[in-house]
Ligand binder design. Sequence first.
Ligand code: PLP
Length: 378
Amino acid sequence: MIYADTAATTKLHPDAYKAMMPYLDARYFNPSGVYQNGVDIRRAINKAHASIGRALSCKANEIFITSGGTEADNWAIKQFMCDGPGHIITSSIEHKAVLNSCATLQKMGWEITYLPVDKNGFVSPADLDAAIRSDTKLVSIMLANNEVGTIEPIKELCTVTHSHGVPFHTDAVQAVGHIPINVNELGVDFLSLSAHKFGGPKGTGALYVRQGKIATFIDGGGQEMGRRSGTENVPGIIGTAAAIEIATSHLLCDMAKLSAKRDRLINGIISLDGVMLSGAPAGEHRLPGHASFIIHGVDSETLVMDLALKGICVSAGSACSSGTGKPSYVLRAMGYTEKEAWCSLRITIDLSTTLAEVDEIVTAVTGSINKNRKEVHT
Ligand code: PLP
């Protein structure tokens, strides 16, 4: 089996697994306990906050653990809910965790502006500047897109947003652990991340909050500095910290190696007839392990199923929107026709993918395209 769907989820890193194990077993104590074993767990949680903070160049008390990227996005978007209806700006290619959070606010009387993107999936800082109003409460633009791998110009978008005195959130779920992130260089006020996208456990993530200033999301016993109560998911928190340390320890070197594999994959596939790359061109504005295509004349589901039969795990686009019976809204927003948006293929790899596997994927995709195009025409 060749697993090439790492944008959907990644394998738990063996060292993250090792770090978590004691907390699923002997170190089961309540982190709020006043006895020594409880105090030790609290220390381990605090250390984990600090590790996550170091990876983003922020303080430990600016990291709030969540149940994953979806929750972090919900919290960031809904934080001003009690301040009465206002205006939020986002993009038309965000993950559903952001779009559906905005939709909920819309039902409560909020107005939402969905910024357009260009053919490569980029949001324009000028469009953002023109969209900001006196009642805009938040701008939320993703750092990297899950379907097409485009890395948005967050620093510029943030500068524009701040020039109007408005705070900025970014969904960095696809980016953390894959490209260097410094919240101060970017200037963001809120940033969402998810552990299972960089070798950590599923069901754990975090929201970075500048100076820790955010409304409480879950009321209860006061965990996570009183903002997100509930007995902590200790193994998840420890695993997230271990995974982020591993993922960021040799990041520049890993990125160079992975981008070379990605480029070999992209070049092999776009050399085929009727195939084009979707999203940003291979280079610094594209995620290092991300390749996505429009394959004319072959329906995505057929292609993905055919590759699955050959033992190759890829996807048609977003992990979360497959099976909706609708073509990708991301590709539609990028200007692809409905027909083209049905013909997408996403292949996402990591450092464990070998060059031989990359070549095997190219050969298998070539065979599947030829076979299925033939079937369409006969
Ligand atoms: N945001 C983006 C860009 C994603 O790709 C995903 C997951 O695919 C999420 C948010 C949701 O993250 P989680 O699976 O941790 O809830």
